[in-house]
Design a protein around this ligand. Structure first.
Ligand SMILES: C[S@@+](CC[C@H](N)C(=O)[O-])C[C@H]1O[C@@H](n2cnc3c(N)ncnc32)[C@H](O)[C@@H]1O
Length: 292
């Protein structure tokens, strides 16, 4: 019976003390998914099953609270200024399969590390709206953290570099790249609510080297950048215009362009860029391009 199985699974989760350990985030996230299913099954059952349903809901609340507690601790550590890039990297890798021999550099899924970052940045609190609409503007979607681990491993970001995220959403990429490298970063975001949120976020974390411009990337200040990142922020004419602006930047100094998503296939056609790796461009791998 499906109810008996759900009750057995619930009892196993209730007895699993490892889930209560502070750093057992990945296990808790998996258990929470399982509990959501268990709860649905039991809620629709007989009164006895429904009583177990209430226990499933209580366990879910408890595990969610532990996650929030863990996010708050990590946030306090990051705000304290004592976290080194290497220590931050260790933390992120603990919740990612990045680097394991698994998919030829493809980054297809979100992982526990993404939930960790969202929790630390409290992104679920964002209640704003996208108010600027245009057929070529792509909606907000987050780069998986493992793409950024790949980026910092393959693109030197050192003193003197300046990283731009074109279409920076709520500021996640800009903040993570800064945490992992220490270089100054600038996010450019067309939606006023998104940009306002990311500015407040950086300020609340004490990140003075993380800046955001509220602007259309076609008109924004792109000067001084050495690395520009695009996770398919726009397409069509907007993309063409922004690439023309980047080309002008690339005529003044060598720049690196990093791409993820469908934009990689368009950037691959730009004659003024050469691929920095021998790989064929792919939507779900990190593209790295240098100006000639
Ligand atoms: C796919 S999301 C990427 C968010 C973030 N860069 C990341 O990778 O997690 C694309 C973002 O680009 C923004 N955007 C779209 N068109 C833009 C434009 N013309 N200028 C600046 N930002 C733009 C969208 O509002 C959205 O926040």
């Amino acid at each position: 019976m499906i109810h008996d199985q759900a009750i057995a699974d619930l009892l196993a989760l209730e007895a699993d003390d490892e889930l209560l350990e502070e750093e057992a985030l990945a296990g808790r996230l998996e258990a929470l998914e399982q509990l959501a299913f268990i709860y649905q099954v039991l809620r629709a059952g007989a009164p006895n099953a429904q009583a177990y349903g209430a226990r499933a809901a209580a366990l879910r609340t408890r595990l969610e609270a532990l996650n929030q507690q863990y996010y708050a601790q990590v946030r306090a550590w990051l705000r304290s200024g004592s976290a080194t890039p290497a220590a931050i990297r260790d933390l992120l890798e603990r919740y990612s399969h990045y680097g394991e021999a698994d998919g030829a550099g493809l980054h297809l899924d979100y992982e526990p590390v993404d939930a960790l970052v969202d929790g630390v940045l409290q992104l679920e609190r964002f209640g704003g709206l996208a108010t600027v609409h245009h057929r070529d503007i792509v909606h907000l979607e987050d780069t998986p953290v493992r793409v950024l681990l790949d980026l910092v491993d393959h693109v030197p970001l050192e003193a003197g570099d300046r990283f731009y995220d074109l279409g920076s959403g709520l500021g996640r990429v800009a903040i993570i790249v800064h945490w992992l490298t220490g270089v100054p970063v600038c996010g450019i975001e067309i939606q006023p609510d998104y940009c306002g949120y990311s500015r407040r976020l950086a300020e609340s974390l004490g990140l003075t080297q993380v800046r955001f411009q509220q602007a259309d990337a076609r008109e924004s200040d792109l000067s001084g950048g050495t690395v520009y990142y695009l996770f398919t922020p726009f397409k069509g004419n907007i993309l063409r215009e922004v690439l023309a602006r980047l080309r002008t930047e690339g005529q003044q100094r060598t720049i690196t362009i990093c791409t993820y998503g469908a934009v990689s296939l368009v950037v691959a056609q730009e004659p003024w860029l050469r691929a920095a790796t021998g790989e064929q461009p792919h939507e779900f791998s990190l593209g790295i391009w240098r100006s000639r």
